[in-house]
Design a protein. Sequence first.
Length: 344
Amino acid sequence: MGSSARSLKEALQRITSSGIGEIDEINEDLYIQKACARWLRAIHRILAPAYRHELAQAILKKCHDTRPDILLVYKGSGVDVELIHAIKAKGIFTVNVFPDYSPHAYGKDLQKVIGEYDLVISTKPFHPALWNSVYGYSNRCVFVPHGYDSKIHLVQLPLSDEHYDMVLAASWRPEYDVLAHNVARLLPEKSIKVAIAGSGWAERREKFPKHWSFVGAPHGRSYIKFLRSGRIAIAPVNRQVVINGQIQPGDEDTTRTYELAAAHCFFIHQRTNFVKTLFDENTEVPMFSSPEELVNKICDFLPKHDLRRSMANAAHRRAVPAYSLDERAREVIYNINFVIASRK
């Protein structure tokens, strides 16, 4: 639960069930194995080409048996150029939903195949304008934002059981590490209760204040329960990335941007031009551009329970249902139909 790919698939299933189409699936998890133990990961790396071959054969068989109009691939790390060429040769329109900040950041195979799809639907607002100049692709790219999954992230009731003063749920990244250390340095009150969830943090906990809590990587409803345990949630983004020595744009938003609002959380979001179009920072979601501004806002909002609740309510009203994955799925289908029609 909580996988962006699975959530979008289920949203597409819900809206296509109303009569605008049919959807079938091939679950990559059945073919490309994952593991936690180091020795198992080593075995899976050796077997990876065989796994990808089986996945390709399953996709080709499904396309032969069902003769779909469209093949939609979510990111598709296990899909190669030859497979997409074979699918296109059957007259099937190929679409990639790309959820990350750069198609160059996940290996040469994915970087190459992204340019072969008939249409790429990116969750990043800056991708379409830079698709040719920065990334070097000639295919079509359109933007459809992330969204929240109403089955997992939607909570109608305001916060009631706030155990921590500040929470952060995000996998460890160097940029987030720097931000967290600056927050620890700048917070004036050592009694402020802080909890961080996500992979990669526990191994580094000794570098943080001893009274901070590190709770692992919750998923699904546990993830939302954790976020709702904090009076203030923090939503950082990775603004800039270096790939092959070249600076490329990073995130303007993340799935947290929508999930926190749907879950009725009060949160402080890193300020970006795009996020400022989603929420009003004076009445819905306060924003920060520096660690100093973030800590000042944490200290300012902590004692203001009624204001935090009012702003969380306003952000929730803004997001629900407009920022749901069901609405995003409708945008996905609209864009696919629009591009197909324009090619005729």
